[in-house]
Design a protein around this ligand. Structure first.
Ligand code: PLP
Length: 386
């Protein structure tokens, strides 16, 4: 990875696994066939895509025909949410959690502009949805429910299995964003009766700009991108062959190594939480147990997150603030606000996410740098100086 220092922002993106790069190289070096072409170059590209489809399907307990390749998590969320809504145009009501990634949140907002009625669920102080609330929100005209598997900011894992049961019993489609969960939690579409599920390659040590949407057999979905009819007509456009091959290989490796990675990440995460927890005025946000194994989300009294992220960067540690994807706008994170955290505190949030290549020394060094940065920024704060 380019950049300096120790990378602790795996939730934003993860470095490409060397094995994934090796799998992709032939499709970048050789004349790439268009998978739709009839000649041998086309056939080879098409075979590579089908092999990757099988690998992605295996990671999530699906059959290959249920996997549609896209340009990433954002497009998968768009296809899931808008595709389910457009396939049932007579139903004009959507239920959504308030902690969704912008990719889902903004799709739902666009449906609202079109006249859909939206029920936004509540979450508790840890960011968890109550499956009973989902049940109460369902109506005969509910087109879909969207609740993510695990949150990208605070790391909270949602009770998706119970929510999926509720939706399945009432015959309402459920879209689940599993972009952060895949490769870390046992994401199994055989066990959880959801309808569509979004995946992104670059959170799994695969290349950026590639993703997939799982579409359960029999679920009706309308395309969002129109054109030549690739991907069963659900995602037109010449496929990104090398990217898809990379996603497939990343999914295969994640399936093999998940448990070992999780043990490693959890140990480092807990070490990090214990280390920063000794500093007064530092609070862990998100669920204490039901959280991603690699996520530490903190609010830090008397410190503004942007300054803290920049100072940590200067000290050699790359971490994220509240939400990597929304970090261009200066707005409090809607996720933190929904959890009941006030706006001032929401601006003091930072997210540290470890990964398979993080070491114990990285974490020890980070805790020291964090202590120093927080101390320096508090000394500078006009509030502290009175
Ligand atoms: N959903 C979640 C939960 C995410 O964390 C992200 C990226 O941060 C996305 C969707 C968007 O994925 P992509 O960057 O592949 O478009």
């Amino acid at each position: 990875m380019q950049g300096n220092g120790v990378y602790l922002d795996y939730a934003a993106t993860s470095p490409l696994d060397g094995r994934v790069l090796q799998a992709m190289l032939p499709y970048l070096r050789e004349p790439a066939g268009n998978p739709s072409s009839l000649h041998s170059f086309g056939a080879s590209a098409s075979e590579a895509i089908e092999e990757a489809r099988g690998k992605v399907a295996a990671m999530i307990g699906a059959s290959p025909e249920e996997v549609i390749f896209t340009s990433g998590g954002t497009e998968s969320d768009n296809l899931g949410v808008l595709g389910l809504a457009r396939a049932n145009p007579e139903k004009r009501h959507v239920v959504v959690s308030p902690v969704e990634h912008a990719a889902v949140r903004e799709c739902v907002a666009s449906l609202e502009h079109e006249g859909y009625e939206i029920s936004r669920l509540a979450v508790d102080g840890h960011g968890r949805v109550d499956p009973g609330d989902v049940e109460s929100a369902l109506r005969p005209d509910t087109a879909l429910v969207a609740v993510m598997w695990a949150n990208n900011e605070v790391g909270t894992v949602e009770p998706v299995e119970e929510i999926a049961q509720v939706c399945a019993e009432r015959g309402v489609p459920l879209h689940v964003d599993a972009v952060q969960a895949a490769g870390r939690l046992p994401v199994d579409t055989g066990r959880v009766p959801l309808s569509t599920l979004a995946l992104s390659s670059h959170k799994l040590y695969g290349p950026q700009g590639t993703g997939a949407l799982y579409v359960r057999e029999g679920v009706r979905l309308a395309p969002v991108v129109h054109g030549g009819g690739q991907e069963r007509g659900l995602r037109s456009g010449t496929e990104n062959v090398a990217g898809i091959v990379g996603l497939g290989e990343a999914a295969r490796i994640a399936g093999l190594e998940r448990e070992q990675r999780v043990r490693h990440e959890r140990e480092l995460r807990d070490l990090l939480i214990a280390g920063v927890g000794e500093i007064p005025g530092v609070h862990l946000r998100g669920h204490p147990e039901e959280r991603l194994p690699n996520n530490v989300h903190l609010t830090v009294e008397g410190v503004e997150s942007e300054s803290l992220v920049l100072m940590l960067d200067a000290l050699g540690y790359a971490v994220g603030r509240g939400s990597a994807c929304a970090s261009s706008g200066h707005k409090a994170s809607p996720v933190l606000l929904a959890m009941g955290i006030d706006e001032g505190e929401a601006f003091s949030a930072i997210r540290i996410t470890v990964g398979k290549d993080t070491s114990r020394e990285d974490v020890d060094g980070f805790v020291e740098a964090f202590r120093e940065a927080v101390g320096r920024l508090r000394d500078l704060s006009p509030v502290r100086q009175g």
